[in-house]
Design a protein around this ligand. Structure first.
Ligand SMILES: [Zn+2]
Length: 268
């Protein structure tokens, strides 16, 4: 994977944002690959195709690339709120590549992949409507809350200027793929409980550890009075998906997010 953004035909574009868009889109065509099958290139979609920038010619997976010159923090500014909410509800979100590049030397520093089935309504945040004097007065945008997406589902493609092996990316994607089979309505709870459990930062944990997060889960699902029942039900779903194991007596163990090799490489 080449980590320098192609800036060859830059001179015809005046604005920095135009240059960045052209360079990052061209980089994706040359370097991004399908995490869902063995295809090593993605095809571009016709200009102005809404929300989809690339498509895999083999498995037809759809992808969007969003890039920014600032580090990826826990909140990413996205497009309009209602179409995003509707896309999540009807299970039409594309896979999302998020890129952070250096605006001075045009190097790709970080790229993460969020699989299309890892978006829950909790992960999008409605922004305030634009004021009456804005060009698009009343328009409502949204943010993607990366901190509300389980760490399993923020798959590193490039981390601190180092590309991850494509085999490792495909392994991580395949590990989460069973989430795709859940109905989009119930998948939100599964993702929220997985995120809560990952947030504990422990390999082994107790049911009481997850119950301690009841208030924050309740904030994501106001009106649900049976959060503890939901937690127990979703822990079973996560076990059936192979993401954790029951140890008995209210104890649980997470399965590793990454292969041993990958974890060792990152700690070096
Ligand atoms: Zn594919």
């Amino acid at each position: 994977m080449q980590l320098v953004l192609p800036t060859g035909h830059f001179s015809i574009y005046k604005s920095l944002s135009q240059r960045a868009r052209v360079a990052t889109e061209a980089w994706g065509l040359e370097n991004l690959y399908c995490p869902n099958c063995a295809e090593d290139r993605l095809d571009g979609t016709p200009p102005n195709t809404p929300t989809v920038d690339y498509i895999c010619r083999v498995c037809r997976s759809a992808f969007q690339l969003k890039s920014q010159g600032t580090p990826l923090s826990f909140r990413i500014v996205d497009a309009a709120y209602s179409p995003m909410r509707d896309a999540i509800k009807s299970d039409r979100t594309p896979n999302l590549f998020l890129m952070h590049y250096n605006r001075t030397n045009w190097l790709v520093l970080n790229v993460i992949l969020i699989p299309r089935f890892a978006f829950s309504l909790s992960a999008i945040e409605k922004r305030k409507a634009l004021g009456p004097h804005a060009r698009r007065a009343g328009w409502v945008g949204c943010n993607i809350r990366l901190d509300r997406i389980p760490s399993d589902a923020r798959v590193p493609i490039v981390a601190q200027g180092c590309a991850t092996d494509s085999s490792e990316v495909r392994r991580q994607y395949a590990r989460l793929r069973p989430l795709e089979a859940l109905r989009s309505g119930s998948r939100g709870w599964t993702l929220d409980v997985l995120n809560a459990v990952r947030g504990l930062g422990k390999r082994d944990f107790a049911l009481s550890d997850v119950y301690a997060l009841e208030a924050s889960l309740n904030r994501l699902h106001p009106g649900n009075r049976h959060v503890r029942d939901k937690v127990r039900q979703q822990l079973q779903v996560l076990r059936d998906l192979g993401l954790l194991a029951f140890l008995g007596h209210g104890r649980y163990r997470m399965t590793p997010e990454r292969s041993g090799n990958e974890a060792a490489r990152e700690s070096r």
